[in-house]
Design a protein around this ligand. Sequence first.
Ligand code: NG6
Ligand code: CA
Length: 478
Amino acid sequence: MIIYVDDLGYGDLSCYGATQIETPHLDQLAKEGIRFTNGHSTSATCTPSRYGLLTGEYPWRKEGTGVLPGDAALIIPEGISTLPVLFQRAGYRTGVVGKWHLGLGKTVEKDWNKEISPGPKERGFDYSFIFPATADRVPTVFMENGRVLGLDPSDPILVDYEKKVGTEPTGEENPELLKMKATANHGHNNTIVNGIGRIGYMSGGTKARWTDEEVPLTFLQKAKDFMGAERDRPFLLFYSLTEPHVPRMPSTYFKGKSGLGYRGDVILQMDWAVGEIRKELEHLGLSKNTLIIFTSDNGPVVNDGYQDEAVVRQNGHLPSGPFRGGKYSAFEGGTRVPFIVAWPGKVKPAVSDALVSQIDLISSFSSFLGQPLAAADAPDSQNLLPTFLGKSDKGRQVLVQQGGALALVKDNWKYIEPNKGVALNKLTNTETGNSDVPQLYDLGTDKGETRNLAPEYPQKVKEMAQLLQQLKVAGRSR
Ligand code: NG6
Ligand code: CA
């Protein structure tokens, strides 16, 4: 079971050092499993990280793998062995429940009122219960096995990312209708659904639209249903939660619980959901038989477009922990995320400092399942199975990290490629790691990336720049 959360930072869990928030269920999971301190998402945003996780290919090798609009076409190519395909070959039933954000269908133009393919099914998931993109993007609907749930032929769904469709109010025209105001210039001022302005326009599908307060409960129940239905067969569940991505809109029970505003509240809700999943495993008699991986698709962001008090109620909480930057950043905060592997009775509890990435799961499970990958598949994934199972403390020697700029980590040295982008994302107040000069950090003595050593170590910079270049050109690193 892969539990994949959205925009959770290294410092957001008490088992990773948070002091202003307590996450008992994840602390317990970490206590029973391996807590990786140098575990990474492939990239500092969602779509590319998910692409990397499922394909084992660095997303920056491929055009069109950036954050996708809600009407994008599917970006995972046909004919490759994705992570769930390997499980299918090994006789597992595979399901995805939660956020998808990898596109659907062949083109942007699509009829949301009919079955849409290709999608999760055509790329290896026998069962899917998803929302198409992100919680802040239309269409704000659930889809089960390729179809929008709750379709009404007399109220067809239209989606457009360029121009307004239908006559419903938008956040821009009618801000007085909003229950949670958008932050200026982030773009969450198009169609209003459930009192929240979204990115993109939609009309119709009134009965199909979700209520944000219920989204996590719906995903939790569908995840449990899948586990229950498959209890007698081996299964892979990719449980992909929306928390704590914007818009943060906790269920009533969690509103105000953390004291850190809705961002903290939805982190508590996510932690609770992990506890519920574990209880369900126990109830089904599967807890000793299930390997759980918990991790996040990118680092944290505090203001990502809504006035939800995350900024003013931070209360000393450090979402990136000791690291610099966060979501969107090439600094460690962008991709160094919570990463826990637990398998009661099989994996010995430990803390591991090995350098590991989500991109390595596919090769590692290829080995676990005895299902070989074709030479062209998962080119950037490394088999770290012994490390994930606690039989080795060796991680990767080399990892390419993707913020806006690319960075290379090798033996605790980190090199960030010169880049023309802005150094500060003013919208989110994130240090992006961009600089027009090369940066070199010694993560061994300076994990906060505060001292650029490039001027002192020109030879090291050259060596790292060359290696990164080689990795780019070679087109594969497995
Ligand atoms: C950004 C959005 C942000 C969020 C993010 C996707 C703006 C200014 N901001 O472009 O609100 O939706 O995309 O997040 O549009 S992710 O976790 O899915 O990558
Ligand atoms: Ca994300």
